[in-house]
Every structure is written in structure tokens, then in C-alpha cells.
Design a protein around this ligand. Sequence first.
Ligand SMILES: O=C(O)CCC(=O)C(=O)O
Ligand SMILES: [Fe+2]
Length: 280
Amino acid sequence: MIEVRRLGPQIGVEIRGVDVRTLDDADFAAIYRAWLDANVLVVPDQDLTIEQFLRYSRRFGAVHPHPSKMTRHPDYPEITLLGVDKFKPDGALDLAIYRRGAEGWHTDGAYDEEPFKATQLYALAIPSRGGDTLFASMYAAHDALPPRLARRLDGRLGAFTYGGRRKTTALLNDEDRDWKPVFHPIIRTHPETGKKALYFDPGKILGIEGLDEAESDALIEELTGHMIQPGAEYRHRWRKGDIVIWDNRCSYHRAAGDYPPEEDRIHWRVSIKECAGSAP
Ligand SMILES: O=C(O)CCC(=O)C(=O)O
Ligand SMILES: [Fe+2]
């Protein structure tokens, strides 16, 4: 029997009593609907090989290799390794690895022509304390926009690159750092739920089209303050064997980035898009 439990007041749902290796289409459809409804889906207690994790991930969409080539699994380019090789040869902590995803609230893949539909993580090793992942609803952020701001954003496009205004490209190879900006509406309608979201990422946005730089920077600053709404968050405390998938079209997330660096926190991670495409 599948058990469905809400985790947060607006986002987050946990499914128990399933083995994702043997899930039939009807049960998967129920899980997929629960995910669309709750934006973040947790399936605990799974015991997977890479092939099994990839097969399950492909039921959500097309799994694409992440642009950070240096953190790809050597044999499976679609798998990104989180938390692996976090010490440099001289013993220094590599902050780009250790604090990946912890620099601020964001959505994954806004820098892509076809932004990521979802990101899915599978927990292989979890530290004794810290290392949570935090989530928040973009629908709530949109719905709480003051009408004046919502009118100002209506129809506006944002320009996004991998490194954004700060050019944060430490995880990219040199040949991949010159990123061509892509454009997405800041108020974006979710293609499956039809609901509007504040689609915005302060770390990857370069500017808002049609505004001069100072106006655009001020608006980005103002929007950053609207991303997180009280009552629309969920904080995930990881256990080994957890699978967590989040919908990048309607949720923000960030890593807490606070676990003891000498302990392991390792995940397999996949980037999922709506459509199939070719690996770079
Ligand atoms: O490690 C985490 O908790 C999340 C990191 C992150 O932002 C990501 O995988 O996209
Ligand atoms: Fe992320």
C-alpha cells in the first residue's frame, strides 16, 4: 500500500511503501501527480544501483548531463556527483564542491535555453549533523507579489547565464565559461499545472530586459526579498537511501552547507528536462 504524507503546509510530500525499482505505471502516475501538487517529493529507504536510479529518473523526463563536466560521474555522464573530491591535493577544502548550492536560494538550469524541469538526488552518505536541503514555493512567491510589482514584471524577460552577474563558474571547464545568455519570462506559467510562478534566480540572472542596469539591479534586489514566503517552505533532513526530486519550474532550493567538512555527504544527482536532447 502506498502511503502519502504531506511534509510542509504548501510544499513537500513523502511516499512510503514503494520500491522505485518495481513501480508499475498506475503507482508511478499517482506519485507523479503528488509531486506536481507538492513540488518536492521524498521517497525514503531505497537501495539503488546507478542504472536503477537512472531508469527511475527517466520516468520524469529526459535526463541530461550537467554542464559541470568536472563533477560528472566518470562512467555515467548523466550522473553528477555531489560532495565527492571536496579536498584539494594540498588538503584545502574545495568550497565550490563543499558549498555547492549553498550560496543562496535558486532554481536549477535557468541558464539553459530549455530550463531544467526537475533535479533528483539520491543520498549515498549523510553526515551526522547538518547538510539539510531547504525548499520554498515559487507559486507562493508569485501570489504574494504586491500588485504594483506584478504589473511591472508582467511580460518581462530575464537574461540568465550559468555564472550570473558574479560569474560564478568554478565548476565549469575553461572552454565552457563563455556562456551565451538565454531569456525566460520572470513570471512563468508552469506548463503542467497552469499556475504562475516567480521564476527567478538572483545568482544566475544577468538583468531584466528593457531596464537599464541600475533599474534592473534594483529590481533584482527587490525580487530577492520576495522569494521566500512564510509557510511555503520545507526543510529536508537527509537519511541514506532517500530520493528527493524537486520541480525547478515552481520551487526554489538551497543547500544548508553547514555539515562537518571531515564527514561525507554524497549524492548522485540528475538534471531532468521536458524533452530529450543531445549531450554536449
Ligand atoms: O546538495 C544540496 O542539498 C542541493 C545542491 C543543489 O543546489 C543542487 O543539487 O542543485
Ligand atoms: Fe541547485
